[in-house]
Design a protein around this ligand. Structure first.
Ligand code: ATP
Length: 341
């Protein structure tokens, strides 16, 4: 199949957008955040620049995430943001690329159309949509065309997708709206309750990344964080331990582990035997949470492998899928079939 230099694979994620260009790898990796001036309806900033504005904007400016919990919460803004990133990644020498966009698993048919339309309007010659677990599996280096069962656990910002894939298609899957962002929220609630301190979104994420833990650590680690004292209203610095993080995130983490368990229970025995042999593969930023691989392995009795560069897996898999369009045809939705040009 002929491939063009500018073909793009796009991981349209809740937390970030990654764009993979053929033969170049990941060329763009930015938070899926936009800052809009509501008086003029103009985009003031997109991506990293907009993320810095979260929680720091005056009345007329809103910094927001148009994708939430694995679904498109603001359709029009998502469309404009996607266009912006496609044009940025294509550069000046823009000759119509083919794009393959990986959409969060919870999107509706209407939202799928919106993504296809946005991509077409941004100049794509043809756009395909791919399901997230399939892209994650390809990105993790799994040959999904084989008649072997593979289990992929993709833990993103808004959704966790657990899927068993064989012969290029999903055999059993489950998607829950509990993932990395819920861990951040659980941390914020815990600190507010236990320390009477309110911390921001970025601080709770920093705690999770630096000292978060899903499986008891042998050696306790600590991190200082600044927030606002609920009683005095003044800034306060507190020292948080990894044990506290373990307690704070217990609920979202057990939902994720239970989901893996449920999918395994529903997996046909032949495929379950394949998975027991090859192990479970974890992808997405959430896979990097300390001890989560160990915990899942302990609960299921199956080895767990964290994919190399788990955050980029969906994007690289989406990009690589451009070469597999013919094989994957049944799993892909394309712009010719649903967008009237
Ligand atoms: N080292 C780390 N430890 C724990 N969590 C991490 C780490 N690095 C990133 N994350 C978390 O991973 C999540 C983002 O993952 P990813 O970029 O795969 O999601 P996404 O594709 O944007 O989201 P979704 O798949 O839900 O649409 C965020 O919640 C982030 O805090």
């Amino acid at each position: 199949m002929a491939a063009f230099r500018t073909d793009l694979g796009i991981d349209l994620g809740t937390a970030s957008i990654l764009v993979y260009a053929k033969d170049k790898g990941v060329v763009l990796n930015e938070p899926s955040v936009v800052a809009i001036d509501y008086n003029t309806n103009k985009f003031l900033a997109v991506g990293e620049e907009a993320r810095k504005m979260l929680g720091r904007t005056p009345g007329n400016i809103v910094a927001m995430r148009p994708l939430k919990e694995g679904v498109i919460s603001d359709y029009g803004v998502t469309e404009r943001m996607l266009k912006y990133f496609i044009q940025k990644a294509s550069g000046k020498t823009f000759f119509k690329p083919r794009t393959i966009v990986c959409v969060p698993s919870g999107v509706t048919e209407v939202e799928k159309r919106a993504v296809l339309e946005a991509s077409t309007q941004a100049g794509a010659r043809k756009t395909y949509l791919i399901e997230e677990p399939i892209a994650a599996a390809i990105g993790a280096g799994i040959d999904i065309t084989q008649p072997n069962g593979n289990m992929v656990v993709d833990i993103g910002g808004g959704t966790t997708d657990v899927a068993v894939i064989s012969l290029g298609g999903i055999v059993v899957s489950r998607s829950i709206k509990t993932a990395g962002d819920d861990c951040d929220e659980a941390i914020t609630r815990y600190i507010r309750k236990k320390h009477n301190v309110i911390i921001g979104e970025r601080s709770s994420e920093a705690l999770k990344i630096n000292i978060g833990t899903a499986y008891k650590r042998e050696k306790e680690v600590y991190m200082e964080i600044r927030g606002r004292n609920l009683v005095t209203g003044l800034p306060k610095t507190i020292n948080i331990s990894s044990q506290e993080m373990f307690e704070a995130m217990e609920e979202p983490i057990s939902s994720i582990v239970d989901t893996v368990h449920t999918v395994l229970e529903r997996t046909p025995p032949e495929l379950a035997a394949d998975i027991a042999n090859s192990g479970i593969v974890m992808t997405g930023g959430g896979a990097l949470l300390y001890g989560l691989d160990k915990l899942i392995s302990e609960r299921t009795g199956i080895r767990v492998n964290i994919a190399e560069d788990p955050i980029a897996c969906v994007a690289t898999g989406t990009g690589k899928a451009l070469d597999w369009v013919d094989v994957l045809e049944n799993s892909l939705l394309d712009s010719d079939s649903i967008v009237e040009r």
